[in-house]
Design a protein. Structure first.
Length: 101
């Protein structure tokens, strides 16, 4: 039978064990630019003729759309990153137009 320490000897749960969180502030520029770069990469890959590469591009875009929408939702609460947020919005609009047209 395994030994279990009595409750009085157990360590208390501390906030430091929950993970390191950054302070709230606007969404970082690198987040916006990373999303934009990934969307451009997905558009380039989905434009290829090879079936596997095309499928990889479409899969990347399908995964990025909800992620980008979630980042925009967080940006409404925390603040936008300036011009980089606009470039991401343009890339998202282009991706959505590609899917619906």
């Amino acid at each position: 039978m395994a030994h279990v320490a009595p409750t009085s000897h157990r360590r208390a749960t501390r906030a430091s064990h929950r993970g390191h969180r950054t302070t709230d502030g606007p969404i970082r520029r690198s987040t916006w630019l990373g999303l934009t770069f990934a969307m451009i990469l997905g558009l380039v890959l989905s434009g290829r003729a090879h079936v596997g590469i095309h499928a990889a591009g479409v899969t990347l875009l399908v995964m990025l759309v909800p992620l980008t929408l979630a980042v925009f939702g967080a940006a409404f609460r925390r603040g936008f990153g300036g011009l980089s947020a606009i470039t991401t919005a343009c890339a998202l609009a282009f991706v959505l137009l590609k899917f619906f047209l």
